[in-house]
Design a protein around this ligand. Structure first.
Ligand code: BGC
Ligand code: BGC
Length: 871
């Protein structure tokens, strides 16, 4: 395999391609491993208890092999019923990012409680003459509060919590989260994430507390303690407490280029002391569950790493709890499918997360257990660990959720005490990066103009993992009890006799004393958030224009920047008088106004106490993000930086910053987007059909090769990618990943060339072309049922889209013969397309039937007349 990275050296830009660095086939040899580099065994308070081990022994002695295998599997509520749960006696049920009772993510807390009660009650019926019933543990991603549930308190995402540097508050956040999780009868949260982020282009950067291993370790312990209570104390896993799981083991924050689920090539010492920093601390604080990671380390997927899971985690670190797999992550192990993967169990995973694949996995695992492919000792060890955790956590004593003492605490979900904690966390997480001429704090008696896409959008201020997986389809009505940033400002200003006016486009009638502009990243989760550069909003500079317009009018501009990571915002900082990194603050937006405004009596109500937990980049593409010594190379603002009102009046000046991106693109070199089963980073294959709903699409990954589309099935082999359109729904195949402005004169000769082979001729028109990022894409409503719904929304400013008709070309192409086709961007521009925000240079769509294989897609220079169609 070949990977390429763009590198920026002082005078040159080039690509380094490393051959053979991703070595799926050549893992490190065991004699190259150094277990002694790793932290010595953590002191595991209360892990071994005689009564618990006796209970587990008794169960193990009397369970059938079927029952044991059942414990080792976790299914998602979207794919299992309580009756099936009772029949298969699975060890656990989860509600994944997009799953909800009745498939309605906006359902009531009561519906959640009914659902968890139904599954738990079913598990209480699994007892028999040989042994008592073994209750399930139900898991959910309460990663910033129990944010899947309508009305919950949503805390700042971890990147913001890192800036607080307040472990005591972390513990209270953990306790509050646990209560809100318990309120719906859930016993387990997939948190905390203890990733130590290295390259913030990673889409999960916001789930990492900090780039500092020490801070991550401190927080890991605080969060686990808050969620579960302290081992040995009477309230350990008592009512309102929830099992933690520490994730993702190991090296998730250190993948090359920040690619989610990618390859970590850290030296073993770095893995042990940087990436693993949170584990000993969390285990010592009583963590009983560790989740394995999607990524690989030096060519070996973590889910198949016996060395890291068994020798290090369970051996060297002495972890006696259980290891759960991640969402079908086992299918990425060579030789495995999501339905069948003895290798993961053999490596040391005790329970596989098999959301939709659980049933076949059960059958296959049972067969492999019978055939001794998975030895009995390994099965017994896995089940012992799972039962031990259930016993230590008191799950055997828990009543069905509806009858628990915490059931009547339902109004604890989103309760005032929890919201007060979240509001405090918002205040403490804000980092003041610039405060020219002491513009802040503002007087609450001023006339403030509140502007920007994020000003009154609770979904945007909450980010991913909110109500659903991506968190990008939420509106303010979905957050009862929550406060937008504007609403918070308005409340404080109105109470003091000032005025706060919301203005979407920045226009105003009466000249304001100050403009508060709230803008930043739109929500994303996991790999959907991977980026190629740290430049904020490349290609779409509307926010910057707005800042500059207000600035030019002499109005003090206060930037409130919402983001899941530190980003390159030099031009935005230059155009602002004050600049606040607000991260993803969650449901309590008034925490921002608390710090921006003076108290009514003129005193400072709350000063800025937040300090960066991650370094802030000086360029969009730092050549290297962090070295082993944890020093970011030449950051704009180092970790620990942050201004406040009390001390830093003079330092508050930030000299004019360099606005050059320093990422010149060599527009002469052909660029390969796809070649024979390999998409080149940052490109990805996306599929969408009308049945998926407006704007929704699926990214093909190694993890997800199947598609939930009705109209388009894809498969890949060494020839390339084959799309089979069946006519059931209009469907689009596209390659996207880097938004770029293609209007420069140099791009006049850019063409897209692809090599293809027709296997079935089209039965309806086929369109080919490029797609653009539409303005504020979340607000675009595709006309339901309209033929090319998702394609039409991305028309690049033209009525019919930046598309060419490929139908006759494909109809006249001989079957099963390779051909090449190319189209020039100049033809699309000539037809009126606005190519300033192209994010998919290659898109092909039809509503009829068609089968074709694509072996290669490239951006090339095409001299001569533009190619606008034809063969
Ligand atoms: C994520 C985990 C998450 C799990 C369940 C996975 O895709 O990597 O962090 O806990 O899904 O939703
Ligand atoms: C699920 C998430 C999961 C993700 C992984 C989504 O469909 O809802 O829970 O983390 O897939 O790819």
């Amino acid at each position: 395999m070949r990977i390429c990275m763009r590198v920026i050296l002082p005078f040159t830009v080039g690509a380094i391609c490393v051959l053979g660095t991703i070595r799926a086939a050549t893992p490190l040899q065991s004699d190259q491993m150094q277990p002694r580099l790793w932290p010595a065994p953590a002191h595991q308070a209360g892990f071994r208890q005689a009564n618990v081990e006796a209970l587990v022994d008794g169960l193990l002695a009397n369970m059938t092999l079927e029952e044991k295998v059942g414990q080792m599997i976790q299914a998602d509520i979207a794919s299992i019923t309580p009756a099936q749960q009772r029949q298969y006696k699975l060890g656990s049920i989860l509600a994944g990012g997009g799953a909800a009772p009745g498939n309605d993510v906006r359902t009531t807390p009561k519906a959640w409680l009914d659902l968890t009660d139904a599954f738990f009650s079913a598990s209480l019926e699994t007892g028999n003459a040989a042994h008592r019933a073994i209750p399930i543990i139900f898991g959910i991603d309460a990663v910033h509060g129990n944010a899947k549930v309508i009305g919950a308190t949503i805390f700042p995402h971890n990147v913001g919590l890192g800036a607080m540097h307040d472990a005591a508050l972390m513990r209270r956040i953990g306790a509050a989260t646990a209560e809100e999780v318990a309120a719906i009868g859930v016993d387990w949260t997939f948190a905390p994430t203890v990733a130590v982020v290295r390259d913030p282009r990673w889409g999960r950067s916001y789930e990492s507390y900090s780039e500092s291993p020490d801070l991550v370790a401190q927080y890991a312990a605080a969060m686990v303690g808050g969620l579960q209570g302290t081992p040995g104390d009477a309230d350990f896993m008592g009512p309102g407490r929830t099992l933690a799981s520490v994730k993702h083991f190991l090296g998730d924050g250190g993948t090359l280029g920040g690619r989610d689920q990618g390859e970590d090539q850290a030296a073993e010492a770095v893995l042990a002391h940087v990436h693993a920093a949170g584990y000993p601390a969390a285990i010592e604080a009583g963590a009983l569950i560790v989740m394995a990671s999607y990524n690989s380390w030096r060519g070996t997927k973590l889910h198949s790493s016996h060395y890291l899971l068994t020798d290090i985690l369970k051996g060297r670190m002495g972890f006696d709890g259980f290891v759960v797999g991640d969402w079908n992550a086992h299918e990425q192990i060579p030789g495995c499918t999501k339905f069948d993967c003895p290798a993961a169990y053999l490596a040391g995973i005790d329970m596989l997360m098999a959301p939709d694949s659980w049933q076949a996995l059960y059958d296959n695992t049972l067969r492999e257990a019978r055939a001794n492919v998975i030895p009995a000792a390994r099965i017994d060890d896995a089940v012992r660990r799972i039962l031990r955790v259930k016993a230590l956590a008191g799950i055997f004593e828990r009543l069905p959720p509806q009858r628990r003492p915490d059931a009547d605490k339902l109004d604890g979900l989103g309760g005032a005490a929890h919201r007060a904690i979240a509001r405090q966390a918002v205040r403490e997480s804000l980092v003041l990066l610039k405060n020219e001429a002491g513009r802040l704090p503002l007087s609450p008696r001023s006339r403030v103009l509140v502007v920007g896409q994020g000003a009154d959008d609770i979904g945007m201020q909450s980010g991913g993992w909110t109500i659903d997986w991506q968190g990008d389809h939420n509106s303010n009505e979905d957050f009862p009890g929550a406060t937008s940033i504007f609403a918070g400002i308005k409340a404080i200003v109105a109470a003091a006799g000032g005025t706060a006016v919301l203005s979407a486009d920045g226009s105003f009638d009466a000249r304001p004393d100050a403009a508060i502009v709230v803008y930043g990243e739109s929500p994303y989760a996991e790999f959907e958030g991977d980026r190629e550069t740290l430049e904020y909003s490349p290609g779409d500079k509307r926010d910057l224009k707005l800042l500059r317009r207000l600035h030019a009018l002499g109005i003090p501009v206060i930037s409130i920047f919402l983001s899941g990571r530190a980003m390159w915002v030099n031009p935005e900082i230059n155009a602002s008088d004050a600049f606040v990194a607000a991260w993803l603050p969650g449901s309590e937006g008034e925490g921002i106004a608390d710090v921006l405004f003076r108290a009514a009596d003129g005193s400072i109500a709350h000063d800025f106490t937040g300090r960066l937990g991650v370094s802030w980049p000086r360029t969009p593409m730092p050549a290297k993000f962090l070295d082993v010594e944890e020093q970011a190379r030449d950051p704009l603002f180092a970790r620990g930086y942050g201004l406040d009102y009390a001390h830093t009046a003079s330092a508050a000046r930030v000299a004019h910053l360099d606005e050059q991106t320093h990422v010149p693109v060599d527009r002469n070199a052909p660029e390969t987007l796809y070649r024979a089963a390999h998409v080149t980073a940052p490109w990805s294959i996306y599929l969408a059909d009308a049945g998926l709903g407006a704007g929704a699409e699926v990214r093909l990954t190694t993890a997800r090769q199947d598609s939930p589309l009705r109209g388009l099935l894809v498969s890949q082999d060494t020839n390339g990618v084959t799309g089979r359109w069946n006519g059931a729904a209009p469907s689009v195949f596209r390659i996207a990943g880097r938004m770029r402005d293609y209007r420069s004169p140099a791009d006049a000769s850019t063409a897209i060339e692809f090599r293809y082979r027709i296997e079935q001729a089209p039965t309806a028109p086929v369109l080919i072309g490029v797609r653009c990022v539409p303005p504020y894409y979340r607000h675009i409503a595709d006309a339901p049922g309209s033929g090319m719904a998702t394609l039409n929304a991305w028309k690049c400013g033209t009525e019919h889209g930046a598309l060419l008709d490929l139908t006759t070309t494909l109809q006249s192409a001989p079957l099963n013969a390779w051909r090449t086709y190319s189209y020039s961007l100049a033809c699309l521009a000539a037809r009126g397309a606005d190519l300033s925000t192209v994010e998919a240079p290659f898109a092909i769509a039809t509503s009829g039937q068609l089968a074709l294989t694509i072996s290669e897609v490239r951006l090339i220079r095409h001299e001569g007349p533009p190619r606008c169609g034809g063969g």
